[in-house]
Design a binder for this molecule. Structure first.
Ligand code: UD1
Length: 430
């Protein structure tokens, strides 16, 4: 097990390159199952969630070739099995995309219920409802989802999402690109990675219109062909580094981003007194003065992303005045607050709302990451804090941040990853 040791209090300066989007990659890689040809996918982040989904595809019989660190060729012409190994599926939330992709291409799927970050109750009822609307038989047994299409092919239908769901929207797209006829997804989610998945599939011959709006229309096609595609930059990774500069002070040029995707985050940081200068594919983020309070509610895109809630709350814990943060997507996402309190933050959580009373500074402490974005928030807190912090359970952070240590060190952060000594076996006291 690794842990991060961070000496805080150094402002960040320099340039940072943003990697490909995690949430696009974990959907686009399974989407390669739909393609009758070889997909060359560029800008894939090297993170553990990607490693897991690549392993799953290989287990199913895909031929995966590494071209370089961030480019892979995936050929799914010789898939042997539609059953996803339980142990691998449980390691990531996005394993649910394998249901839509396998069902769409082969008319059947057996996938265990997904794992991933503990953000409270994470149902997949909307995904299953969408598959049923397309004609699939769904059976839940022994923790597995068994999905089957009549005569191995789904039929287009209108799917109304009761709630805006990123995963269910993408899964409905995956299941319907090869279905018979027209599928209409109403009340679809609009996140940038939904558009990216649609663009990937369209570049391989799919006919998807309206991704990025709340009505998506998919005309089923007979087959998809191979091609080359490059994944969009990661909005949340970029936002996390922007938040880090806000917390520590300094000036950093964030490279390889789509500024439009950052608007919802940029707007809040500017309200807090952070200077953000936008260029074609870069943002210059600078903080010299005091941080100011603000109120934030997380919402589906283009609202403020829930995946930035822990990071922004951490920054607000250092702002002048009292801020209110409201979680509008997940039921519970404040587990990290107790860790911030150990560092001197003054935050009270009542159900979905956190009342954040800004403090002058945080103090380094031993702290634990409970999930991916909460872990990122603790890195930010430790970078800004006086003294040394040690963060354990960093495997959560490495699910979603490529090269986080070297990227931060290049900005002047004092952070290193060290091997945690194995816990000594408990003494046998009879
Ligand atoms: C995706 C992201 C996750 C992010 C979330 C919201 C990936 C791999 N993960 O997760 O990082 O926090 O979007 O932006 O892309 N819901 C249901 N039934 C369902 C599905 C969802 O009730 O079948 C509810 C959830 O409980 C939640 C809300 O809908 O309250 C939004 O969830 P959803 O957008 O589906 O999140 P994920 O796709 O799991």
């Amino acid at each position: 097990m690794q842990k991060y040791v961070i000496h805080g209090g150094h402002p960040l300066f320099g340039e940072i390159e943003i990697s490909g989007a995690k949430n696009a990659a974990v959907a686009i890689i399974p989407a390669a199952l739909l393609v009758d040809g070889c997909c060359r996918i560029e800008n894939i982040p090297q993170i553990s969630d990607v490693t897991v989904v690549m392993e799953i595809l290989q287990e199913l019989g895909a031929d995966v070739r590494t071209i370089n660190k961030n480019t892979f060729e995936i050929d799914c012409r010789h898939i042997r099995s539609c059953r996803v190994p339980d142990e691998l599926a449980r390691r990531m939330r996005a394993s649910y995309y394998l249901i839509g992709a396998l069902l769409g291409r082969f008319g059947e799927a057996q996938v265990s219920m997904p794992g991933g970050c503990d953000l409270g109750v994470r149902p997949i009822d909307l995904h299953l409802k969408s598959f049923k609307a397309l004609g699939a038989d769904i059976d839940l047994q022994g923790g597995f989802v068994y999905a089957q299409a009549p005569q191995k092919r789904l039929t287009g239908a209108t799917i109304y999402m009761d709630q805006v769901s990123v995963g269910a929207t993408i899964n409905a797209i995956l299941a319907s690109v090869l279905a018979n006829g027209l599928t209409v997804i109403e009340n679809a989610a609009k996140e940038p990675h939904i558009v990216d998945v649609a663009n990937f599939l369209n570049s391989m011959g799919a006919n998807i219109m309206g991704a990025g709006t709340d009505v998506i229309k998919i005309h089923g096609v007979e087959s998809l062909h191979g091609g080359t595609y490059s994944i969009i930059p990661d909005q949340i990774e970029a936002g996390t580094y922007m938040a880090a500069v806000a917390a520590t002070g300094g000036s950093v040029l964030i490279r390889n981003i789509i500024p439009k995707h950052m608007d919802c985050i940029t707007a809040k940081l500017v309200e807090m007194g952070v200077e953000v200068e936008e260029n074609e594919d870069t943002l210059l983020v600078r903080r010299t003065g005091k941080l100011q309070k603000t109120n934030i509610k997380t919402l589906p895109y283009p609202g403020f992303p829930t995946d930035m809630q822990p990071q922004i709350t951490t920054v607000l814990s250092l702002a002048e005045g009292t801020s209110l943060v409201t979680e509008g997507v997940w039921g519970s996402r404040y587990r990290y607050v107790d860790e911030l309190k150990r560092m001197g933050a003054n935050i009270q959580v009542d159900d979905k709302t956190a009342v954040v009373e800004g403090v002058d500074h945080l103090t380094g402490a031993p702290i634990q990451a409970y999930d991916l974005r909460a872990g990122a928030a603790l890195v930010i807190a430790a970078l800004a804090a006086h003294g040394q912090s040690e963060i354990t359970q960093v495997q959560y952070i490495e699910r979603g941040y490529e090269d986080i240590i070297s990227k931060l060190r290049a900005l002047g952060a004092d952070i290193r990853s060290v091997e945690e000594p194995e816990e000594a076996p408990a003494a046998n006291v009879g």
